[in-house]
Design a protein around this ligand. Structure first.
Ligand SMILES: [Zn+2]
Length: 355
């Protein structure tokens, strides 16, 4: 297997201290980790828990100049059919109903004209609170633009699914990604996507109203520098929206080294909710909020289980090693996270720049 080969020594960097707070106080959290998800990266990896700030980090880790090798079969490369707020018809009755209520609510709230909306359907949205939470997560808790010119940046946007959605909700949406293929595909689809890295976006300070980073911060070599730069890009009163795997997830306790959220060596740093919220606070953000969890354990548990039994989590057919017992465990994890979002598989946080 690829991970039986070592990652070349001269392409590694050794930290010796936490990349978040600089503390050298630490303990091994998990050892011997390897790339179970995309199975392209050689090497075995050690994840440390910082005694200073509670973040976890890989050390040693691939140096920034060489990490691209770990992304050879990454999912933003893939051309999978993306989710759309405006699905082409025909829709079956159930989808028609769900889409009809959702789009009626979005049209009402954002003052837009998405198709399929049921007349007065927005009045029904409140009767489906779970689904409503999922819609709000899907649109990344965007505040309504209300006809004003509002600029959104999705940093690490992949092929730009969310840019299309934000544009449909009235935002001027711009994306940034370091992956050439993703940028090319997004541009071909008519989206405003630029090539860039984090930190190092090259964008003008105080030019953006809403920045989203979805499953990005865990990938960057300098998470603090990244957050500082994003803070600088926001206009006063702007908002940063973050979602990423949660170091306090029940799935990590269940699966240990096979937990899907670890994804070595692409995930370099992971946070608990409190640790990330404290950091955002220290960087000058205010109104730092951890959002309600949406059901996600179905994905994390089925993929982690496949990894646990040594299978390719992206293999065809039913997830390997899956059973009704696991289905029940995943449902229990979602139920626990609905009660306490600090336990969710992925955390979602918004943080505002003071006016
Ligand atoms: Zn630390």
């Amino acid at each position: 297997m690829i991970f039986d080969e070592p990652w070349p020594e001269n392409e590694l960097e050794t930290l010796g201290a936490c990349p978040v707070c600089g503390s050298t106080e630490r303990a091994v959290l998990l050892d011997g980790l390897h790339d179970m998800a995309f199975r392209v990266a050689p090497g075995r990896w050690t994840l440390w828990r910082c005694g200073g700030c509670t973040a976890a980090y890989l050390d040693p880790r691939p140096a920034a100049a060489f990490i691209v090798k770990a992304y050879e079969r990454y999912y933003t490369h893939g051309g999978a059919e993306s989710f759309r707020l405006d699905p082409p018809g025909p829709l079956d009755l159930r989808t028609r109903f769900i889409t009809g209520i959702r789009n009626a609510w979005l049209n009402h709230r954002y003052g837009v004209k998405l198709p399929w909306a049921l007349p007065l359907g927005w009045l029904l949205a409140g009767f489906f609170p779970d689904r409503q939470r999922r819609v709000e997560q899907l649109i990344r808790h965007l505040p309504p633009a209300k006809g004003q010119r509002r600029v959104l940046l999705d940093a690490g946007c992949g092929s730009g699914d969310f840019l299309r959605m934000a544009g449909q909700l009235g935002y001027q949406a711009m994306g940034l990604d370091f992956d050439h293929e993703a940028v090319a595909r997004g541009k071909a689809a008519g989206l405003d996507i630029r090539q860039g890295s984090l930190p190092g976006t090259g964008l003008a300070p105080e030019s953006i109203d809403y920045i989203t980073i979805s499953h990005v911060l865990e990938h960057v070599h300098d998470p603090v520098g990244t957050l500082e730069e994003l803070f600088g890009l926001l206009k006063p009163g702007g908002c940063l929206w973050i979602t990423q795997p949660n170091l306090s997830a029940l799935g990590l306790k269940e699966f240990g080294p096979a937990w899907r959220g670890l994804e070595p060596p692409r995930h370099l740093t992971l946070f608990e909710p409190a640790g990330l919220m404290t950091l955002l606070d220290q960087l000058g953000f205010e109104r730092v909020e951890l959002h309600d969890a949406v059901p996600q354990a179905g994905f994390y548990y089925s993929q982690s289980r496949a990894q646990q039994v040594g299978a390719d989590p992206y293999g065809p057919g039913e997830p390997a090693g899956w059973s009704p017992d696991w289905e029940a465990k995943a449902a229990a994890a979602d139920a626990a996270a609905a009660q306490d979002s600090r336990l969710s598989e992925a955390l979602t946080i918004t943080a505002w720049k003071p006016v």
